[in-house]
Write a protein that binds this ligand. Structure first.
Ligand SMILES: [Zn+2]
Length: 184
């Protein structure tokens, strides 16, 4: 095998949910300095940024992070949720070893073109977590919010939001009060 002594530059992007936004600023600063990597790798949200960097989609990345809320990256309790909801959420995360990143997957679908990424001159690598290894909780309390305007939880605001897993394979949760599917 031929030895290649030419040094190459690599950009390594960490994960960290909504904190991934700072990487867009880093990328802009590096671009202004004329620094361009031959390799980009990323973990979790860093791999999403890295893919956009490899595709030269600075504006897309910037606009995405300007308009994104942390709920879009991971399903967190509502901003005005009280502390007990946050504690319940954290307990779920700790107990089940994972969290819902479905909104992030929707962003990936919308923004990224796999063929273009494979054709990019920048070598790209990513690390992510195998979601199938995570066990979904039977019940989720105080994390998801029922979207049905006629649901009793929309009227009785103090009722706890609670969803039950009705189909483990299809990952379907339904509101315990009105049976509306979570996210629908
Ligand atoms: Zn409901």
């Amino acid at each position: 095998m031929a030895q290649n002594d030419t040094p190459v530059k690599a950009l390594v992007l960490a994960g960290g949910g909504a904190r991934g936004s700072y990487q867009v600023g880093v990328w802009r600063a590096l671009t202004e300095l004329g620094w361009r990597p031959q390799i980009i790798t990323g973990t979790s949200v860093g791999s999403l940024n890295g893919a956009m960097f490899a595709l030269d989609l600075y504006e897309t990345a910037r606009d995405m992070w300007m308009s994104i809320r942390s709920q879009d990256v991971m399903e967190l309790p509502e901003e005005n949720a009280d502390l007990s909801e946050l504690h319940a959420f954290l307990r779920e995360v700790v107990r089940d070893g994972g969290m819902d990143v479905t909104p992030l997957e929707e962003i990936v679908e919308r923004v990224l073109d796999e063929d273009a990424l494979r054709a990019s001159p920048i070598r790209f690598g990513l690390v992510t977590v195998e979601k199938r290894g995570l066990k979904l909780p039977e019940r989720i309390r105080g994390v998801l919010k029922c979207k049905n305007p006629r649901c009793i939880t929309s009227v009785e605001q103090e009722l706890p939001q609670e969803f039950v897993l009705t189909d483990r394979n299809k990952r379907i949760y339904r509101c315990i009060y009105c049976q509306t599917e979570a996210g629908k």
